[in-house]
Design a protein around this ligand. Structure first.
Ligand code: GLC
Length: 463
């Protein structure tokens, strides 16, 4: 039995309240189902990787609800296997871009409205995580049996359309697919899209309808020009009929992202393990091989010159390393793709107070970077979700390096402290310096992910 400190019990109670408050009941294909939205204030639909993260926290509170949360993602799956990054809740209008902008209803069963791009593929990882924490064999088997066909179709879709060259690294075609929307690692690519060439009606629509920067927080959100480019890409893909063979050829944004692919590696290991336990052994072997191929390809993204892993810009035949110093460079730890001398260099960066060792680590962009902005979205603030991956990545190396283990433990404590002292915000000021503001929390409050990750971390240290 787990004995937990009183302080942690109280925090878990608060986290539970956040999840409860963000639970909505929706009707999908005539059936009523419950799902947890990221936040009541703005993100009022279902996001793929948020849902996976939420389910991993929820399993400690209500196992059945965690199963349903993940399964409810399959309601938005396209006939070709894609699981989109947003599944729109019917009747909700408080989000931009709205459901109808994508025009994708014809791809889903019963016309469920979704976005047309995807998210970091965290579902298989969450499914395996949940299964490890549920004792009832029959319940697990029922859950996995229901989920597996969708998972397989999703992974096969990604491999087929995003890695047609079979190199082991998937290509993302929109910054939102990385989950780290306005990260400076995408600047050089997005800046090639000439704003003057973006049709006026797209700009007018953004100016009129965008809703995230209306809460006195414009300096924290992606810029207006960022948004013009985001929506321009969507319009372009829509014009290509959401045909991903064409999209990959024509998109002005194509990246082999190290964060996306590190999650892809782990997702295939997880899918292989699920198939090993509940499905077909031969199929399990296939995903295990994909994971190995990705791990190897991730190793090749290391640049000796820059002493970091690099995203690769593969737009229209290019192959250019991106060297912006963001916390994505630590993601290959999560995929186990790091060699000894690289590990030392990554640990040095993580513990360097001119780069990533800030008051509330780990900032999304190094403070030494010319792109660092402590307030703006993915250009500086600390996010619980990326801390979660970095912590898990470091733990993978704990037998190889005591320092990796110590840093992971320190980051766990600091992440818990950051949320405890400031509340369940979307992201946080990484510097933790004295200012007039009474909270270091930023973005939207009562955020589901933040609550779910806090629960996971507390159980991790209490186990
Ligand atoms: C923002 C984040 C993305 C997240 C979504 C919902 O778009 O950048 O990672 O999934 O919000 O929380």
């Amino acid at each position: 039995m787990i004995i937990m400190k009183q302080e942690y019990l109280e925090l878990i109670k608060k986290a539970k309240d956040v999840l409860q408050c963000n639970t909505v009941t929706v009707s999908v294909n005539g059936k009523s189902c419950q799902r947890i939205i990221p936040s009541r204030d703005f993100y009022v639909h279902q996001w793929l990787w948020d849902t996976a993260g939420i389910a991993m926290g929820q399993v400690y509170i209500d196992k059945e609800a965690a199963f349903n949360e993940l399964l409810s993602l399959t309601t938005g799956q396209w006939n070709n296997g894609l699981i989109p990054h947003i599944i729109y809740n019917p009747g909700e209008t408080r989000y931009y871009p709205p459901a109808d902008l994508w025009q994708t209803g014809r791809f889903t069963r019963d016309g469920v409205k979704t976005s047309g791009i995807t998210d970091p593929p965290l579902i298989a990882i969450a499914a395996a995580y949940i299964c490890e924490r549920v004792a009832d064999e029959q319940k697990k088997r029922d859950f996995i049996t229901a989920l597996l066909p969708s998972l397989i179709a999703y992974h096969d879709h990604l491999k087929r359309y995003r890695d047609p060259e079979d190199c082991g690294l998937l290509t993302i075609v929109h910054p939102w697919e990385s989950g780290t929307d306005d990260s400076p690692r995408f600047d050089s690519i997005l800046n090639r899209i000439d704003v003057n060439s973006i049709p006026g009606d797209i700009k007018a629509s953004v100016d009129l309808n965008r809703k995230d920067a209306m809460h006195d927080n414009a300096e924290e959100r992606p810029t207006r020009v960022d948004y013009y480019r985001y929506i321009y890409l969507i319009e372009l893909f829509k014009d290509l009929d959401w045909d991903y063979t064409k999209i990959l050829h024509e998109t002005p944004f194509a990246v082999k992202s190290i964060s996306y692919n590190s999650i892809w590696e782990r997702a295939n290991v997880a899918l292989a393990a699920l198939l090993q336990a509940y499905g077909n052994q031969e199929q399990a072997h296939r995903y295990q091989q994909w994971a190995e191929q990705t791990q190897k390809a991730l190793k090749d993204t290391w640049s000796e010159e820059h002493e970091q892993f690099c995203d690769i810009d593969v737009t229209q035949g290019r192959y250019e390393r991106i060297t912006a110093l963001t916390n994505a460079i630590f993601m290959p730890l999560y995929a186990g793709a790091v060699q000894d001398h690289q590990l030392d260099l990554l640990l040095e960066r993580l513990s360097n107070d001119h780069e990533f060792f800030t008051g509330y680590p780990v900032p999304s962009t190094a403070i030494s970077s010319r792109f660092f902005d402590k307030d703006r979205y993915w250009r500086g603030p600390t996010w619980p979700i990326t801390n979660y991956f970095i912590i898990n990545g470091l733990k993978r190396y704990k037998t190889r390096s005591q320092e990796a283990d110590q840093l992971a433990n320190y980051f766990i404590q600091k992440t818990i402290e950051m949320i405890k002292e400031n509340g369940f915000w979307e992201y946080f000021d990484p510097l933790d310096e004295e200012t007039e503001s009474d909270t270091k929390g930023m973005g939207f409050s009562s955020f589901s992910w933040t609550a779910a990750i806090l629960i996971q971390l507390i159980y991790f240290v209490s186990d």
